[in-house]
Design a binder for this molecule. Structure first.
Ligand code: F0G
Length: 437
């Protein structure tokens, strides 16, 4: 399907530079100042969009059935859609009411809504961005794509590259990703390298390799990933009939998602599709919280050299997208909070008790909210959407250890199994089991 002519460019995010590049340039940073790049579009006609998006929910066209491409007018970087590979990503639910009451009460809120990105094809929000990143890779004629990952990006990239017939190359911090995520990369057929270094160090390595051997990089420094992740916000607002919440809460690692959410919200405001700007609350794990420290104390941005957290998805000390994330937190009147390992683990168990569940990094949202309501930053009656970024089954080892009192934080500190739930071994005997019951 061909598209109406539409200008799309890559523009340096640095306000003092704003150098423009063709949308098809293979670039991840500005060649003049080193700044991050973003996709910028000419005028978008938003007059009928709400109706068009709603009607597409009834359509079986693969593009319309995707919870990302359904909103394609809001990220018109392609000039035709033949290069799109979709696994029907997005389409993730808003969960609220009685299902989430226990979590709301835990966090000191009257109610809470979860936008659960763990319902995606590979179990995390990365799929929203990856379908766009892989479409751009195909458009550019790339044969190989690469990423470094704490696990979810790699699972997602492996799946989309496999489906698109492109070779995925994956680089992981050896021994520091969950088994479930590594298993996904292997099953989807990715060439997988485990490197004895942390995420930040491997990202530097992969950037050198990408340049040297001509592989297309699909980390969130890739602006097309960010474009796709904007659809999490589009879908959330459409599901709420375009009523903006007061707060949107999300975990912060490399800060790509924070950048995407802020960009999406600003663009929706500019187009008149929403009339109130929600505030972003970004939650980091205390052992990997350079962005929290920076926003709290100002001065220079300092990376955390040895980031540590059991929430391995957000074990990142030098987040590449911090300049964008800073802009988005400030322009939304947002906040940044940090939470410790016990707080994450207990919040996670509470989300589990709702019958919902999520992976550890996602639970940082509820843990952070508990602190923010206690401090009076978030009002108990506020309309809050917390984004659960990954599926419960991504990290079963963590869950088992928590519930059986074997979970240890980095440094050997024991995590209390506050809401633990152990299985009971019983004989194959109805009388014996009846006595236990
Ligand atoms: N939650 C989950 C489950 C994640 O996998 C990640 C990032 C984040 C939150 C943080 O998002 O980086 O946009 O701030 N995972 C990346 C990966 C780094 O490699 O899968 P962010």
């Amino acid at each position: 399907m061909a598209l109406a002519a539409q200008t799309a460019e890559l523009v340096c995010f640095n306000a003092k530079c704003r150098t423009r590049y063709a949308i098809t340039d293979v670039l991840y940073n500005c060649t003049k100042c080193g700044g991050l790049l973003e996709a910028v579009y000419g005028s978008i006609d938003a007059s009928d969009l709400k109706k068009v998006f709603r009607e597409r929910r009834m359509s079986n066209d693969p593009l319309d059935a995707s919870g990302v491409w359904r909103y394609r007018e809001l990220f018109p970087f392609l000039d035709d859609y033949s290069c799109v590979t979709t696994l029907r990503e997005g389409n993730t639910p808003l969960l609220d009411a009685s299902a989430t009451q226990q979590a709301a009460t835990y966090a000191g809120l009257d109610r809470i809504t979860f936008k659960h990105q763990g319902f995606n094809p590979t179990g995390s929000f990365k799929d929203n961005g990856m379908t766009c990143g892989v479409a751009q890779a195909r458009r550019l004629g790339m044969r190989r794509v690469a990423c470094v990952s704490t696990g979810n990006t790699s699972a997602s990239m492996a799946a989309y590259a496999a489906a698109a017939g492109i070779e995925p190359l994956i680089f992981l911090p050896h021994g520091n990703i969950s088994f479930g995520k590594l298993a996904q990369a292997l099953e989807y057929g990715a060439r997988t390298f485990e490197v004895d270094a942390n995420f930040d160090q491997i990202l530097a390595l992969v950037r050198v390799l990408a340049e040297r051997v001509g592989i297309y990089l699909l980390n969130s420094v890739n602006p097309f990933r960010i474009e796709g992740q904007k659809s999490i916000i589009f879908e959330m607002l459409e599901q709420r009939d375009w009523r903006a919440p007061e707060w949107i809460v999300l975990p912060g690692g490399n800060l790509g998602n924070t950048s995407a959410f802020g960009k999406a919200l600003r663009e929706l405001m500019a187009l008149g599709l929403i009339n109130k700007m929600p505030r972003l609350a970004v939650i980091q794990a205390a052992g990997a919280s350079p962005f929290y420290e920076f926003v709290q104390h100002g001065g220079e941005f300092h990376a955390v050299e040895k980031p540590e957290t059991l929430a391995t998805a957000i074990r990142i000390g030098d987040p590449v997208s911090w300049p964008k994330a800073l802009h988005e937190v400030r322009s939304s009147g947002g906040v940044v909070e940090q939470v410790n390992e016990q707080e994450i683990a207990d919040a996670k168990a509470q989300i589990g008790r709702c019958g919902i569940g999520c992976e550890p990094a996602s639970a940082a949202t509820l843990a952070g909210l508990k602190k923010l309501t206690a401090r009076g930053v978030v009002d108990h009656g506020a309309d809050v959407v917390a984004v659960l970024t990954g599926n419960l089954l991504k990290d079963p080892d963590y869950i088992y250890r928590y519930h059986t009192g074997q979970l240890e934080a980095p440094g050997g500190v024991k995590i209390e199994s506050t809401y633990g739930n152990r299985s009971v071994v019983v004989p194959n005997d109805a009388d014996a089991i009846a006595r236990v019951l």
